[in-house]
Design a protein around this ligand. Structure first.
Ligand code: BEZ
Length: 192
């Protein structure tokens, strides 16, 4: 599959009949809401784990030196915390472009941390997209992140902002925190 998923997402879900819908953010959407929203709520989804397994050529890296950003992998029994945003369908005009590098929208059940639930959308970059990198040792992922930068900034800032945002929400994510730990152990060495 081509890494540019913009047109696929626009064909998949049109939302003509809905004035508002929930979007669940588990990565940069937790702290970078550069779109209008009606309301936001801490939330979780079940059966998915957040992983730094997606390559970033367009935001936190380049084609020559891709960074790593998060996607979700199916993981029965797991849960992934994040932030749910109540938005209008028009917001997808912006988000489909912002998240075009391999991410497809999918409908999932969302549970709000304060109670209640709703269906909503997530963006997932699966193993069949060209930018998918997959698993690697935490230290290797941290080294790649430490060296990468792209039009949206340093890859290390993406990781540190995600870890900080999760801590601020009182959430644990052993994968994210382990890579953060490895990155910080590298020191300030590695910007090219
Ligand atoms: C998210 O925060 O949910 C997200 C951000 C970028 C791409 C896909 C998902």
């Amino acid at each position: 599959m081509s890494a540019d998923t913009t047109s696929i997402n626009r064909t998949l879900h049109r939302f003509h009949d809905q004035e508002q819908l929930w979007l669940f953010g588990y990565g940069s959407l937790i702290w970078k809401a550069d779109f209008e929203f009606i309301e936001r709520r801490p939330a979780r989804i079940r059966g998915w784990s957040r992983r730094f397994w997606q390559g970033s050529h367009d935001h936190r890296g380049t084609a020559a030196a891709p960074g790593r950003v998060v996607t979700l992998v199916a993981d029965p029994g797991a849960q992934c915390s994040g932030m749910a945003y109540l938005i209008t369908p028009a917001v997808f005009d912006h988000l489909d472009l912002r998240e075009k590098n391999g991410y497809l929208r999918e409908v999932v059940p969302i549970e709000f941390c304060a109670g209640g639930a709703s269906e909503g959308l997530i963006y997932i970059a699966g193993p069949d997209n060209e930018a998918f990198l997959g698993d690697a040792p935490d230290a290797a992922i941290a080294r790649q992140i430490a060296r990468a930068r792209g039009p949206s900034g340093l890859n290390r800032d993406y990781l540190l902002q995600l870890a900080d945002a999760l801590r601020a929400m009182g959430e644990e994510d052993p994968h994210v925190f382990a890579i953060e730990h490895e990155l910080l152990a590298l020191g300030p060495l590695t910007q090219q």
